[in-house]
Design a protein around this ligand. Sequence first.
Ligand code: DGJ
Length: 748
Amino acid sequence: MITVSKTASGEPLFHLRAGDASYAFSVFHGFLLHLYCGPAVADDDLEYLLVRVGHDSVVPRPSDTPEGWFSLDIAPQEYPAYGTGDYRPSALMLRHGEGSAVAQGSAAVSLRYVSHEIVPGKPSVDSQPAVYANDGEADTLIVTARDPSSGLTVRLYYTAMRALPAVIRRAVIDNTTPAPVTLERVYSASLDFAVMTEPAELLHLWGTWGRERHTERTPLAHGSVSVSSRRGASSHHHNPFAALVSASADETHGTAVGLSFIYAGNFEILADTDPFGSVRLMAGIEPTDFSWLLGPGEAFVTPEAVLSISGEGLGKMSRTFHRLYREHLCRGEWRDRERPVLVNNWEATYFRFDSDKLAAIAKDAADCGIEMLVMDDGWFGCRNDDRSSLGDWFVNEDKLPGGLAPLVQRVRSLGLKFGIWFEPEMISPRSELFDRHPDWALHTEGRPLSVARSQYVLDMTRSDVRDWLFGALSSVLSSAPIDYVKWDFNRNLTEAASLSLPPERQGEIQHRYVLGLYDLLERITRAFPHILLEGCSSGGGRFDPAMLYYSPQFWTSDDTDAMERLDIQLGTSFVYPPSSISCHVSASPNHQTGRATSFVTRGHVAMGGAFGYELDLTKLSDEEKDLIRQQVKDYHRYYALINRGDFYRLILPSDTVNGKTGSCAAWMTVSEDRSEALVTFVVIRGSIHPVYFLKLEGLDPDAVYEDEGTGARYGGSTLMHAGLNLAKNWRDGESAVIHLIKAPEEGL
Ligand code: DGJ
């Protein structure tokens, strides 16, 4: 619901209610001033929250604003523009072109409110991933502001979800001036928390290859704290997410405002603290290698930024993201369909496989109840290692005699679905494609091209390259009944220039690359709607909301070690729903860490997300195959609970439990009606006489729950306040899964 009232001076005050959160701002002398973002508050005249104290005599103010306290440098703003007295980081920075009413080459912009409109639901966004919502599920406020001197217009979109405390923002820059403008920085959202009532921290997800999305909390200091990517992809190193949290906030208490950016490319999320303690939180395309020439009459639409607002800690912030992304971002036939349990041959064979080997794995897979075989890298061109053939998307008949169809037929005759790996955006210098089209690689004329994994990146800004890719992929996908595609991306962009654009537009390349990627993904998902698309980027190097719009699940990390996965999967869960977190049981000792972990624990950890296997089934013992049969059964039994339940992090590996840090981890999912729950507890480092009282969350306090394994019964309130008693001498890597079912009324 969005209400518009009038301030004392008769200007509009907007109060967006999203679920149990409020977001408010008002117009003051034409400026859009942020008032509040947090747990729901009454429809009061929230303009009283403006701090009307002049802080600094050297700070200028716009000449048509009242003398006294007002200055853009301290005013809490909604979309600060550069050059007219706000010296903090700006959301908008541009240069006016020839023919402008203001000096050519100048940068100043001053945005003033013009009008607003409220529409039911959420207007759709063209050619970019975006949250979707029907009328009745959301309301959208569109505020138009203009720079009176140049005539430039900015539209700010705010969608308030009705059932979720989430506000989705984006900006549209309309060049309503007679001259071109060059955009140099266009952020999607910015909001100023005027005064933090408690010390605040920025929680974010850092990592690297094989070590993605580890949590870190950084205290805010005066100046900026930011996370970003300049790699051409959202990256392993920082995820396009950060949360402003009160220092005392934990999973269940305290304020947390999560900001997640729906973009697969360069991004920045920044928290800037000014000398008066006001914090500006913003998200947008990282500006280092960004500029955009916007002709008169043209519009630039930013990616979306999502705010998840919680007054009840980090757990609730995450559950809001989970629900929003699961139900209002992921799309397609597989959004709600039960995903097949798959076996992927990467860690089973790497590049050394042929049809017979894959058929043998498929035979054992069928025998164990696994439902799909995924053929990974190495099936095309002459690719027997990672040094050639990307771009040569035709079958290597030395490995797969007769092509794809006979192999797919063999696999399907065993009752399994078939999936295949591609890395569409890449080209190997040793490939037929590169021999024919060396200019298709993204490159800078006159400069040597950097290599990574012996490959270059295709110029996705070019429509001829995308058309060719669409044809090449389509012909493979039409050549046999294929149910799944793993879309990999194994290196970042360098020397990003393109012959397709004139010199003054070279700053557009990185963003146009991402738009080109979206275009290809959209065409493929439309042409093959039955295909389950799984995103991948050397593991989870592009695990972001934009990719989830096309692929409802993403390969989480190339580190498949169950203990390492605890940090990775639980870190990922801060933003992304379990249904999107692809997790496989792999071999022991693990290929990445050499650590041995029991089959049971590997299964328990992998069941934290989209479940599968990644090992040579033909080498397993009968006992291990029996365990797979049981795991597959369990996974189907708990599918709805794991994938549609509410997710609670109970213990992170970084937590200190009874004096020991890094000793265990635990999480649980609870069905929406709270009638059942699944608790997973993993001991990383066993010790003697450990005491683990595991306090649960999200249960019905008045209900009685039965532990299905032991038959023990507990009150919901007991489980949440006193906890499960898990004291025993746990071994390294041991784990337990506890299924709790609401008992019939008769009680304890
Ligand atoms: C990186 C992926 O993360 C792996 O799972 C595998 O598909 C390899 N690429 C293949 O080259």
